[in-house]
Design a protein around this ligand. Structure first.
Ligand code: SF4
Length: 295
């Protein structure tokens, strides 16, 4: 971030950290102290004319704060709800000032790229999918955690790094890019290179690269029910189709899970999802898009 700030002539930066991983926030605060003591941060860095203040800020665990304008609202001390765009943060961002928003993973790659060159970074991955990616392996694996590998690493290799499927059970399915990416059955993912193009071709997406592994004992309806509860809980409540629709999806799925599904239930689910995607905007009367693009 210091290098990026120097390149852009920025004097103040914030690292927004999810509030539910407080230990990461504390560790980052310690790292800031060390950097200040070493003269890498603060006024006149290393005796130069460049000054940069970097602050850590922890949110309170809202999923939608992964959307940049919701995060800016939260940083300003307001409810973490996405703004209408335009204006975009580059012209009207934090406290109304031009703001560059990027994720920590991207900024963390900058020193390596400066030392080794952009071409070397690109060559880490596959054509059109250069560089490395941090995959967060969770679910039914022996060693859940974050694994940085070249883009295009086969899923099987990634699973091996995470210790394989828990308890030696068989793989049933994988959600490769976070809760909102389509689930892939074991046969579709096992040999799939983990990169943008290959996952799209397989019918899913890279998304946040938060990989959820499901073993053979998992009940897919129950898993879907759990995910729909998450979305109902995490709806920021700004757009009516999302606020109401996610609750309806959860209730319908709970009915199916309890063995009380009715003819037409799946139509009802897809209609609810379509409405979420296409509900008219109250403000403009036009396009039918949610503020965060989530639904
Ligand atoms: S779709 Fe609308 S209500 Fe749902 S999380 Fe995004 S901004 Fe909030």
């Amino acid at each position: 971030m210091i290098i990026a700030a120097y390149a852009m002539g920025i004097t103040v930066g914030y690292n927004y950290i999810h509030g539910e991983i407080f230990s990461a926030y504390e560790r980052f605060e310690d790292a800031l102290e060390e950097a200040r003591a070493a003269g890498y941060l603060g006024d006149r860095i290393l005796g130069s004319k460049f000054s940069f203040q970097l602050h850590a800020h922890h949110g309170f665990g809202a999923y939608v704060c992964g959307e940049e304008t919701a995060m800016l609202e939260s940083l300003e001390g307001k409810k973490g709800q996405p703004r209408f765009k335009p204006p975009f943060p580059a012209s009207f961002g934090l406290y109304g000032r031009p703001t560059t928003v990027n994720n920590t993973e991207t900024l963390a790659a900058v020193p390596w790229i400066i030392r080794n060159g952009g071409q070397a970074y690109l060559e880490c991955g596959r054509p059109n999918n250069g560089g490395t990616k941090i995959f967060s392996m969770s679910g039914d694996v022996e060693l859940p955690g974050n694994y940085e590998v070249p883009l295009g690493t086969p899923f099987g290799k990634l699973l091996e790094l995470a210790g394989g499927v828990r308890g030696g059970r068989r793989l049933k399915a994988v959600i490769p890019g976070g809760a909102s990416s389509p689930v892939l059955p074991a046969d579709a993912i096992r040999d799939c290179p983990m990169d943008y193009d290959a996952l799209a071709k397989a019918g899913s997406m890279m998304g946040s690269a938060a990989v959820i592994v499901l073993d053979e004992t998992r009940d897919m309806v129950e898993s879907l029910l759990r995910l729909s509860y998450f979305y109902m809980h995490e709806s920021c409540g700004q757009c009516t189709p999302c606020r109401e629709g996610t609750g309806w999806l959860w209730r319908v799925l709970a009915r199916i899970h309890a063995g009380r599904g009715r003819p037409g239930t799946s139509t009802c689910c897809s209609r609810s999802r379509r409405t979420s995607r296409a509900g008219p905007s109250a403000r403009s009367g036009t396009p039918p898009r949610s503020r965060c693009g989530r639904c």
